[in-house]
Design a protein around this ligand. Structure first.
Ligand code: ADP
Ligand code: MG
Length: 696
């Protein structure tokens, strides 16, 4: 007999084969799984809102009298609408006078429930249509019954809201008290936390205290779930690391290669760069594979550090590869590495998806025979047919998403010998977060930039102030600069300014010869050519999408205009700004925005105007995106954590780490019977993580 926890979700009321299939597609298979589907908000149905006080965009419960109803054809179906008016007449002139509720596809029984003259109670999100307050597909509540607090779950296609709620509630009643605790009871008593089942129950069947607690302020139930989640996360990472462990790496002598490489740059390395090089070179000299994260703010010079590591490995007779996120960046890396690499006698090759036919075969051959030392490329390098003569180091540049480095099997297929791994982040993140996201990687931080860098003068201004934008651009180009103009879309729409529009505007102002446009619809060759023309100065203005975001290094660029900057994230904007002023010249960043500017977006742009410190901005970003509507619930794809807030829950995180350590220390693969619960939980966690990652 499987435990009731493991019963199929179809055993819950209202879940038939179809709904069941929809849930399973999202990874929800058992009754217990459903307990982990978290509400994103609560709908408080206890207090009706008078019709004249309704606000567009808000959830409301409304009581009213049915004034009129009608059915109307809609496609091949019939729709239904009812107009409700207040039981008592509202104050003259204030707010809405009636509420329209509408079903575009009528469900049976509506005309009975909405009898003209009768009193009804509905709930839903208020919209306005032609000046009339409207709720589409409202929930019909029992008239007069005491209102409750209903959890609002994320939309799951193919699953009705009400069905889902009912099923979760049934799951809570049936099995919440049986959910086994990951954290042993003594420990729970020690740190003063309740049982997981209680926490789950009070999240799904909330008491007023849960809902009325300040949003973002930790309710004990939330802290409990956060701890559970962090322990799981830590366990999953430790297990994965244990699985990946094993195998040895080739050790590489640092000297004389490192000293020679450091002397080859046309600039003096910074103290921070030297510190990073020291850390790296000694890890590379061990027979345990290095797994290291190098992080540093935009423009701090990570590439030079990576090149020194490559030189060390090549001097020891092996090859190194640098993985870039785009072809453009791979090309650029190869081009900027070339002069220094040549001095050092390193043979650099490029391998991307753009390579075909004979050239591709020739490069594959050079890689396999060891006729090339440093191979710069894209994910094309991960394909199965790639063979290296002797791969000693993999550098992953501008890593955006957690997971890629972990999935990396490069060079590990044939031999037990593993290459060393160096991951470089595109965006600096707070140390606490880095330790979690990249658990298992050693962390090296470059905390200063090369001397003489002036921060870009950053300003925000309404998009309609075109003359100001153009004047600034004129000034920047007069100083022999180059300009980037970044748009949120390729083609303009009602909402978005596209590259097409900005390109036309720039051509008109500066002349067609000096303006180029770059975006994902161009071929690799076209983009390469544009970048070259821009770097060399034939083009002065480059209009594009965020393909310009990471890593592009054109030293002459001294101004960047981001159109509708309110559409971009903080980290992304900081990256974009990092494209200018790289030669130490004065530079500017203009953030144009639509009006009215939403408070969140304003805070983001303001933060950018005030700070040039990527680490500080990263923390601000986390705080702004913070706890959302409910507790610490975030949909942020970065960490996949639902409850824990990594900036604030440092103490909880450390505790989770200790707990996880205690468990795996005595039982590294969690195979002991006492860890059966943890093992099953980790398995579930991984299943969900896989679902999330594949969903992008
Ligand atoms: P990021 O860390 O963002 O990848 P890059 O490696 O692209 O930064 O370096 C940014 C720019 O700074 C490049 O043009 C590089 O040549 C230059 N640079 C790197 N290190 C130094 C240094 N120590 N002194 C002066 N310029 C440097
Ligand atoms: Mg870089």
């Amino acid at each position: 007999m499987p435990s009731p926890l493991e019963h199929p979700i179809e055993s819950l009321p209202g879940i038939g084969p179809r709904t069941g299939a929809a849930l399973r597609e999202r990874g929800y298979q058992t009754v217990a799984d459903l307990l982990w589907l978290m509400p994103k908000a609560y709908d408080d149905q206890r207090h009706p809102t008078p019709i004249h006080e309704l606000q567009v965009g808000e959830y409301a419960v409304v009581e009213g009298k049915v004034r009129a109803t009608r059915r109307f054809p809609r496609g091949s179906h019939m729709g239904f609408e009812a107009r409700l008016e207040p039981d008592e007449a509202p104050n003259e002139g204030a707010g809405y006078r009636e509420l329209k509720v509408v079903w575009f596809r009528a469900v049976p029984g509506l005309s009975q429930r909405f009898e003209v003259g009768g009193a009804v109670r509905v709930a839903g999100c208020v919209n306005e249509y032609r000046g009339v307050a409207t709720i589409a597909h409202p929930e019909v509540l029992t008239e007069g019954a005491a209102g409750s607090i209903e959890p609002r779950y994320p939309e799951i296609p193919g699953v009705r809201r009400k069905t889902l709620r009912r099923a979760v509630r049934a799951a809570v009643h049936r099995v919440a008290h049986e959910v086994p605790d990951l954290i042993p009871e003594e420990l729970r008593a020690e740190v003063g936390i309740g049982a997981i089942g209680e926490a789950l129950a009070s999240i799904h069947v909330p008491t007023p205290a849960v809902v009325e607690g300040h949003p973002g302020r930790s309710h004990p139930a939330q802290r409990r779930l956060a701890l559970e989640e962090l322990v799981l996360w830590e366990l999953a990472l430790r297990l994965r690391r244990a699985r990946e462990r094993g195998g040895t790496a080739q050790p590489f002598e640092p000297e004389p290669a490192v000293s020679k490489a450091c002397a080859a740059f046309p600039f003096e390395l910074t103290t921070a760069q030297r510190g990073a090089i020291t850390a790296l070179s000694s890890s590379l000299n061990r027979d345990e594979p290095m797994r290291r994260l190098l992080q540093g703010d935009v423009g701090c010079g990570k590439t030079a550090v990576a090149l020194v590591a490559c030189a060390q490995v090549v001097a020891g007779g092996a090859q190194a590869t640098i993985l870039a996120p785009t072809e453009l960046l791979a090309d650029q890396h190869a081009a900027t590495l070339q002069p220094t690499a040549e001095k050092l006698g390193l043979r650099v090759g490029v391998f991307t998806g753009a390579l075909s036919g004979d050239r591709r075969r020739a490069m594959l051959d050079r890689m396999a025979t060891g006729a090339v030392d440093v191979i710069v490329g894209t994910h094309a390098l991960l394909s199965g047919e790639i063979r290296f003569a002797n791969l000693g180091l993999v550098v992953v540049d501008e890593q955006h998403r957690f997971g890629v480095a972990q999935r990396l099997r490069l060079g590990t297929r044939d031999s037990k010998r593993r290459p060393h791994l160096l991951v470089m982040t595109a965006t600096p993140i707070p140390r606490s977060l880095a330790l979690v996201l990249y658990a298992g990687l050693d962390l090296t931080t470059i905390d200063t930039k090369p001397p003489g860098r002036l921060p870009a003068t950053t300003r925000m201004l309404p998009r309609k102030n075109r003359h100001k934008v153009l004047r600034q651009l004129d000034r920047a180009l007069d100083a022999d600069g180059r300009a980037y103009v970044v748009c949120p879309a390729i083609s303009s729409s009602d909402e978005l300014v596209g590259v097409d529009h900005a390109y036309a505007e720039m051509k008109e102002h500066f002349g067609a010869e000096v303006v180029g446009q770059i975006h994902g619809r161009l071929s690799g060759d076209e983009r390469r050519m544009l970048m070259r023309e821009f770097a060399e100065g034939a083009l002065k203005v480059l209009v594009g999408t965020t393909v310009l975001e990471v890593g592009i290094d054109v030293p002459a660029a001294n101004i960047i205009v981001v159109e509708q900057a309110d559409r971009f994230g903080l980290a992304q904007l900081h990256q974009l700004r990092g494209r200018v002023g790289r030669a130490g010249q004065r530079s500017a960043c203009l953030l144009t925005h639509t009006e009215p500017l939403l408070p969140d977006a304003e805070a983001r742009l303001q933060a950018l105007c005030e700070s040039d410190d990527g680490f500080r901005l990263a923390e601000t970003d986390l705080e702004l995106r913070g706890p959302g509507h409910l507790f610490g619930y975030r949909q942020s794809g970065t960490s996949g954590l639902q409850f824990a807030n990594l900036t604030r829950d440092g103490a909880l995180l450390r505790r989770a780490g200790e707990l996880a350590n205690r468990m795996v220390r005595s039982d590294p693969s969690l195979s002991a019977p006492r860890h059966a619960i943890a093992r099953a939980a980790v398995r579930r966690w991984e299943r969900f993580e896989a679902v999330r990652e594949d969903a992008g």
